[in-house]
Design a protein. Structure first.
Length: 298
């Protein structure tokens, strides 16, 4: 069903988050198969904007990305098909918030699996990074943070709620098509009911960025073995996922997740039969595309 956008939101610890973003980009495209088949190129360009690969790194990174997509195609797409089929079944009946929370947890777990799979490749790249590439990463992070502030923290509370609502509606319209003014008013109310604190999201993204840079500097200076680097990167990935469950900000995260699930539940509850049929058709198109992509991997 809906991919929950918590706005939280690596070279490849950074790449881990970029892999996820790449998959979300693919999902938003009208031609999923075309986008997926070109996702490796997109991901390479995206990573290169952060690291600015040198001649030796380019070939290795491209091979690693090819391997990651090959693994993903062979092992993950059937799971995506099952998730979409379950969502189709849920949409035919009365979807519960518990079911939506289970879908959210499922997507989160699959994302972590994907990132941990990339850890050896992240380690290989981390062991070859140079000081000027770390500077490039810092500059790119700073640029992204400035963009986040400009988009999410402009104006007063109502302005920020309006922007957040607009971004959510883009996702809902992707699934369900157009909404009436009456429906939009109900959705806006549910959207605004979510806790709003963009400073927390900015602080957290900057904390993640600093942890990535700190680990990259540590690997650069200490030159650990490949196995040690992999373990350090896997630990960082797990810590980032666990933070939502154990940090001092857990009450905020829990409240935001619960309110986001309620928002999605509201949209499904007020959707007309025609809108649900629109979502069913889109899901079936993805199921067909994922099935074709998975078959091509055999």
């Amino acid at each position: 069903m809906q991919k929950f956008n918590t706005q939280s939101p690596s070279h490849r610890s950074m790449a881990s988050w970029i892999v996820l973003a790449c998959m979300l980009f693919i999902a938003a495209c009208s031609s999923l198969r075309l986008a997926y088949n070109n996702g490796d190129t997109l991901l390479y360009w995206w990573l290169d904007a952060y690291v600015d690969f040198d001649g030796e790194q380019k070939a290795e990174v491209k091979r690693d990305i090819d391997d990651l997509f090959r693994w993903h195609r062979k092992t993950q797409l059937q799971d995506y098909i099952q998730l979409l089929q379950r969502a189709q079944t849920q949409l035919k009946g009365e979807v519960t918030q518990a079911q939506l929370k289970a879908n959210y947890d499922d997507i989160r777990a699959r994302t972590q699996t994907l990132l941990l799979k990339a850890a050896p490749d992240i380690a290989d790249l981390a062991l070859t990074l140079k000081p000027d590439q770390l500077e490039q990463m810092e500059k790119k992070f700073a640029k992204n943070n400035a963009k986040f502030r400009k988009e999410n923290m402009r104006g007063d509370r109502d302005d920020q709620n309006k922007y957040r609502y607009k971004k959510s509606m883009e996702q809902f319209e992707l699934w369900f098509g157009n909404f009436s003014r009456e429906q939009e008013a109900i959705i806006r109310k549910a959207s605004d009911a979510r806790p709003l604190d963009n400073q927390i999201w900015l602080d957290e993204r900057m904390r993640r960025q600093e942890s990535i840079l700190a680990l990259a500097r540590k690997i650069m200076s200490e030159k650990p073995s490949r196995e040690q680097a992999i373990a350090q990167i896997q630990s960082t990935i797990r810590e980032n996922f666990a933070r939502m469950d154990s940090s001092e900000r857990k009450p905020f995260y829990d409240a935001y997740t619960a309110a986001t699930i309620e928002l999605v539940h509201t949209v499904i509850r007020i959707a007309t039969p025609e809108q649900k049929a629109h979502a069913q058709k889109r899901m079936q198109g993805w199921i067909t595309d994922f099935s074709t992509l998975a078959a091509e991997a055999k």
